[in-house]
Structures are given as structure tokens and as C-alpha cells.
Design a protein around this ligand. Sequence first.
Ligand code: CDP
Length: 220
Amino acid sequence: MNSAIPVITIDGPSASGKGTVAQLVATELGFHYLDSGALYRIVALATQQQNIAWSNAQAIAECSKSLAITFINDQVFLNNKEVTSDIRTEAMGKGASQVAVHEPLRKVLIEIQHAFCKAPGLVADGRDMGTVIFPDAPLKVFLTASTEVRATRRYQQLINKKQAANYDGILQDLLERDARDQNRASAPLIMANDAVLLETDNLTISQAVNYVLDKYQRFI
Ligand code: CDP
């Protein structure tokens, strides 16, 4: 990894809006974009297809070593098959958070994530971008929102995609996923000491994007 390449990390809990904000910041700066959550979702899908239990740490890590994962613009491919919408379901979100607790898998995915760090720069979104994967990033943002706002956003996302959505179920899933992500031993969801906190309950997407861009301008 080249430490001269600027990296902006955007970490935070589920449905906080970090993916949307990270993508827009990357577009605005002409930077590459890493959606690290997609990697865990792909592993959840691939292991499900191969009947590997999401509790089986060694088998999951072995399986992940053999996967051909490709991102082309907004599309995601697993072993040359497009899986863009297959990995976006609530079931794969849940599966992702179950496979993500396993340290051996997290180790396999480190190199893939570092490979995204290319000139002219990278915006990386996830749970451990600022704490584990890019600890030297010059700008780290911890983007969050209240549980109710996040559940409403996720509900709206599913409705927009014409997928089944139940607000109470979504809220329950978010709380479970937050607890699992925050309490795991390996790379838990936690704000890095040197991150800036961005609370988005009362912010529009463009206000959040401008906040990050403004912070970044101060670093360069
Ligand atoms: O879209 P949403 O924010 O709900 O989730 P995501 O970013 O796609 O991530 C799905 C799951 O992958 C999370 O709940 C985490 O458990 C896991 N994950 C992780 O452990 N580390 C990352 N850097 C990114 C995601």
C-alpha cells in the first residue's frame, strides 16, 4: 500500500447512509470507492450457495480464498456471475454480519481491500476502515444516525427497490446487527480515536457530503 495515496474512511452502523455519502464523496473527488460491506455480503452468498454454515470460521475463510470478486462500476460479480441485487437483501445483510465475526475471514479480505488503494485516492466505507484496514488515513469519519432514522431509511430503500419491507422487523434486525458488529472480538464497530463524528439525523445527503468534502479540504 502506498501511504502517499489519500484515503478517506467512512465507518458507521447499518443504514446510517455511509454508503451513499461515501460514493458521492468519491465521485466528487474522482477517487476510487471501496464498499467493504459488499465483500462480506458476497462471502455470505457464496457460503450459502456451498452449504457452508455461517458459524464455520475455517470453512468460510477457505471458501473466500477461492472467490473471484469483481466490481465494475455499480455492478458486483462473483465468479463471473452478476450478484449486485442478490447480495443486497436483508438476509445477506444478516449473513454478512454473521460471517464477519470470524477473524480468519477478515484476514483473507485485508489484501483485497488494500488493493483498492490506488491513485488518485480512495474513499472506503465499512465498520473497520479507520481502525484496522486504513489506520493511517488522513481523514476518518464516523457517520451515524439514531436507530429510528436508520430503520426508516432502510425501510424506504427496500420500498424504492420494490422489495418486501416491515418496519418493526427492520428495526429489530438493525438492533441485532449493531450489537453483533459492536461486540465481536475481531475488528468491532467502534469509532477510531482520531475520527470525526458525523450525526446525520438532521442532515440531508448533500449536507453530509459537503461536510466530508469540507473536512477533506482542510487536510490537503
Ligand atoms: O448496508 P449495511 O450498512 O447494512 O451493511 P454493509 O455495510 O453492507 O455490511 C454488512 C455487514 O458486513 C455488516 O453488518 C458487518 O457485520 C459486516 N462488515 C464488517 O464487518 N466490516 C466491514 N468493513 C464492512 C461490513
